[in-house]
Design a protein around this ligand. Structure first.
Ligand SMILES: [Zn+2]
Length: 332
């Protein structure tokens, strides 16, 4: 026993020496390079956006291998307009060129994740379902990942169509204090680990503060030609929050990194092998959606990336948040 504790003491001394020899810039570099490795080729866009500021602060090498930022414009009159698409047997893309709405069709109706803008929601969600041959009256629930206008702008419209609207308490507060011209009234308040069961499907929501104080990340059961998969949506991505005395950026970055760790555990426990985003670039929808159209029988599904790749995506989010936090706290 003595030898073991002696060894572990030596080990921790060596560790503390290594840590004390490291400057903040070294630490920022190492988190950036960890994130770059986690990103690989498949998560380069999200790495580039999240580690952009720390990369600039320490002059780290630039990002390579990014995907297009939006889907191609198909209607010059409405540059935001994108066609709806069936992505899995029971999951539909109902978003616009730059922002996503995901619709899970269960045996008893549809659960939507996000509502895009007030100007686009009717064309993309209601019009999209009709184009896919689905009655929009099937919409039962609307989960709002977070209360920014690009994801909650259509909530009032969808509530009027009969959707039950779900947000976290913190984001209901944020939403009600926002300057949205028309607002949904407070309905279901999500809590961490809440399950929403509709027909044969159960969706799980997790409170992952960071991007907003009540960002919701979601797990959806989906099927590809009958084969089950689990899709994970990381509900808020950028660190675009302001620093202010009542709401310091330092703590937001801390919460963000902790939430990424929490969601890594939840995705692992639930076997998530698909990553989705509410922005079309972050999850590679700008590349994957066009690829789906060319998919032939027996080809792999472009969205099924495996559990390791889902974990790496969330590791990029965690590592860039830590890099940004160290860089900002040390004035780099
Ligand atoms: Zn946002």
């Amino acid at each position: 026993m003595k030898t073991i504790s002696g060894l572990s003491l030596l080990g921790s001394l060596a560790l503390s020496c290594a840590v004390s020899a490291q400057t903040p810039a070294d630490a920022v570099h190492s988190y950036i390079e960890a994130a770059r490795t986690f990103a690989g080729n498949d998560h380069a866009f999200v790495f580039g956006r999240l580690c952009e500021t720390p990369i600039a602060s320490v002059n780290a090498p630039p990002v390579t291998g990014e995907v297009p930022a939006a889907l191609p414009v198909i209607d010059p009159e409405r540059e935001w307009y994108a066609e709806p698409a069936k992505v899995f047997d029971d999951l539909f893309f109902l978003g616009q060129t730059g922002f996503s709405v995901w619709g899970l069709r269960t045996t008893d109706g549809i659960i939507l994740v996000d509502a895009i803008f007030d100007y686009s929601v009717e064309a993309e969600v209601i019009g999209g379902l009709r184009k896919l041959g689905i009655d929009p009256a099937e919409i039962k629930y609307l989960i709002i990942s977070h209360a920014h206008g690009d994801h909650s702008g259509g909530a009032a419209f969808l509530q009027k169509q009969g959707a039950r609207v779900i947000m976290s308490e913190a984001d209901w507060d944020l939403y009600e204090n926002s300057n949205a011209p028309e607002k949904a009234s407070r309905d279901i308040v999500a809590t961490d680990g809440m399950e929403i069961t509709l027909g044969d499907s159960t969706v799980k929501v997790f409170i992952t503060p960071g991007h907003t104080h009540g960002t919701i990340s979601t797990l959806l059961p989906v099927h590809d030609n009958g084969e089950p998969h689990v899709a994970a949506i990381w509900g808020g991505t950028l660190f675009n929050f302001r620093d202010n005395p009542d709401d310091p950026r330092d703590l937001r970055l801390r919460d963000y990194a902790q939430s990424a760790v929490h969601f890594q555990a939840m995705t692992a426990i639930n076997g998530a092998d698909v990553i989705l985003s509410n922005h079309t670039a972050y999850d590679g929808t700008t590349v994957k959606l066009p690829l789906l159209n060319q998919r032939e029988i027996g080809d792999p599904h472009p969205y099924v990336i495996g559990q390791d790749a889902v974990n790496r995506y969330l590791k990029v989010a965690e590592s860039c948040a830590i890099a940004a936090r160290i860089a900002e706290a040390s004035g780099l």
